[in-house]
Design a protein around this ligand. Structure first.
Ligand code: PEP
Ligand code: MN
Length: 370
């Protein structure tokens, strides 16, 4: 796929700012005028709001599109809003919205994405596709492909993190690697980071924005409201236009690399050490799995279940404590333990069920629902 920039000529960083929801004409215009001096590339405001539970503010609907038109007339800023179906698309085209975005709850649904794509066929509308709520890379790419197939070329992506259950620092946990994979697979695709929906809270917005810059994202989407605490949706994560200006002004943009010999030498040295550690880690894990298989034979002999919850809890707690002392994050150690545990179970299953379970041959294409 050959994409064209949504923001020609490949401007960097691209800044998209504005309230979570358009609430009143005054709130929309106050935000826009407050932001104007900081020159965001796009003014955002949700007109139709996909809310998790009914009863919350579900968006102002079509009247808000006239407010966006006023924003453009009065400030010269281009505008963007979220569309979830063909009707939304038609209304946006009628009111001259400049860029559309597809929200996380819509990207998961190929029927909806196709409906939006079909409604846009024959136009040159730029569309930004948020990642789906679940970390399904193919579903994200699939939505982009649906738009591409109807002839759209000005397509970008937004990483807004993924739903999770349980403890997390974030509202939607970022999967940085997935965004990086997207950048690598589609070099011409602009990838933006929606720090507001990742963080869900304003105190960690700046560090997350810096991380996005460090990872070479093309820009940021940030929710901005004149009085964030009174916002009708997503109050905890919104900031004022002044805070937006301060935050983006303080971010450091880094170079891709440097020819400086001192830099090259230091990096080379550290990378060599990292390669050695990686080799050691793989070797240690392989040795650990060897022990896991030995246990499998012993369990098989006495007909003992693979999963021993008490042992696993004690082991995981000890690892977590050790990890904490060594400045490893809770998120990382949880993912690591999960992976180790799963691999251990798989290895023991192989040992214990060898020759017992008759497997049914897989279909030629394993993932027949793709
Ligand atoms: C939004 O941008 O206001 C929004 C609803 O985002 P998401 O689709 O990422 O939840
Ligand atoms: Mn929001």
């Amino acid at each position: 796929m050959q994409f064209q920039p949504v923001f020609p000529p490949h401007k960097r960083p691209i800044l998209i700012a504005g309230p979570c929801s358009a609430e009143t004409e005054e709130q929309v215009l106050t935000t826009a005028h407050g932001l104007k001096g900081f020159q965001p590339d796009l003014f955002r405001a949700g007109i139709w709001k996909p809310r998790t539970r009914p009863g919350a503010f579900e968006g102002i609907g079509v009247p808000g599109l006239a407010w966006l038109r006023r924003v453009k007339e009065e400030t010269g800023m281009k505008t963007t809003t979220e569309v979830a179906n063909a009707q939304h698309v038609y209304e946006c085209l009628k009111y001259g919205v400049d860029v559309l975005w597809i929200g996380a709850r819509t990207t998961v649904n190929p029927f909806s994405v196709q409906e939006i794509a079909d409604a846009l066929a024959g136009t040159d509308m730029p569309v930004i596709v948020k990642n789906p709520v679940n970390p399904d890379y193919k579903l994200w790419v699939g939505a982009i492909e649906r738009l591409y197939k109807v002839g759209l070329r000005r397509i970008a992506a937004i990483h807004r993190g993924f739903s999770t259950y349980g403890d997390s620092k974030y509202r939607n946990v970022p999967r940085w690697q997935m965004a990086i994979d997207l950048m690598e697979e589609f070099p011409g695709l602009e990838v933006i980071c929606d720090i507001s929906h990742i963080c869900g809270r304003r105190d960690i917005l700046a560090e997350t924005a810096q991380k996005a810059y460090d990872l070479n994202f093309n820009g940021l989407m940030v929710e901005v409201h004149p009085t964030p605490d009174t916002a009708w949706s997503d109050a905890a994560q919104q900031i004022t236009p002044e805070q937006f200006g301060q935050m983006t002004g303080a971010l450091i943009q880094r170079k891709a690399t440097s020819d400086d010999p001192d830099y090259q030498l230091k990096i080379e040295n550290f990378r060599q050490q990292i390669d050695e550690f990686d080799e050691e880690i793989i070797h240690l894990i392989a040795q650990r799995m060897q022990m896991v298989r030995e246990i499998g034979y012993v369990k098989k002999d006495k007909n003992i279940a693979i999963f021993q919850p008490e042992r696993w809890r004690a082991l995981a707690d000890a690892c977590r404590r050790r990890a904490e002392k060594n400045e490893l994050s809770r998120e990382f150690i949880s993912l690591f333990l999960e992976a180790i545990h799963q691999e251990g179970i798989n290895q023991q299953e192989k040992v214990m069920n060898d020759g017992i379970v008759t497997t049914i041959a897989p279909a030629g294409d394993l993932w027949i629902n793709d």
